[in-house]
Ligand binder design. Sequence first.
Ligand SMILES: [Zn+2]
Length: 311
Amino acid sequence: MKKRRRLKKKIRNRLILAFGLLITLFILITLIKGIVGLFHSDNKTMNNEKITEEIKGSETLRKAGMSEEDIKEMTSLPNYHSNRAKRYAKWKAKSVKDIVMQVNCDMDLKPYSKTTIVDDDSDMTLLVNKFYALPEGYQPSDLVPLEDYACVQGEDYSCQTVEQIEMRKEAYDAYVKFCKVAAKNDINIRAIAGYRTYEYQKGLWDYYASVNGEEYADQYYARPGQSEHNSGLAVDITFNGYNFNEIENYDGYDWILKNMHKYGFILRYPEDKTDVTQYGYESWHIRYVGKEAATKIYKNNWTLEEYHGSK
Ligand SMILES: [Zn+2]
């Protein structure tokens, strides 16, 4: 009897020990999982969210009657945004690629029907157009007065302003470099307008809106915060004393078109891209975006909208 009791006790003790070990192991695993999860949970949720979004996007495209083949092509494009699926589904273009690019460029929207405020001005490729606006009262903090290569009133035919022309420092440095090289090729570039204040644009737009109506004002003047001149990264130019809005007809203009990207500038409103920019052709309005972006835009024959729309 004693032997049996001792054996029972032994078994019970072993069982308790095994059970205790199991619980300890369970607690340890849970703890480790929790700690690992702390570091990974964000990523996992983001991935899951992205997948859910993509599925939602595909569903929208399917409901709109798009073929499975097109859906597959569209959703695998690097510049496809699932939150724009509804707009992609509505928009008609030659190819799936074109649909995505054109909607990304807001070509499906009416001017000023959507406004995104551009808060970060550290990116030289920042977009200012009929859908992207600088904040109310925006003024760049690094404006520099243009000493050289600025027009002189009374001397230059196209000189519009007696005020000091200003640009943001990085754009200014690039502009001066560009003009120096151009001058060596007998192309004497002069700026006729640079930075314009938010208040200036507001005064202009408000005036024409009150006199001729908003539609008229929108047709000829950018809304406050939506003129590229407010960014301090745009400059209107002429050269060799020509009338600024005829420079495209003179020798030297071709050189400007082919070389300005090397200094970070692009022609902002090309003649063959008015449907993308939603602006008329402006041969004189150039915009600083930095060398890398300018080269990419030049080589792909893009506008700044398409540069952003390709992402
Ligand atoms: Zn301009």
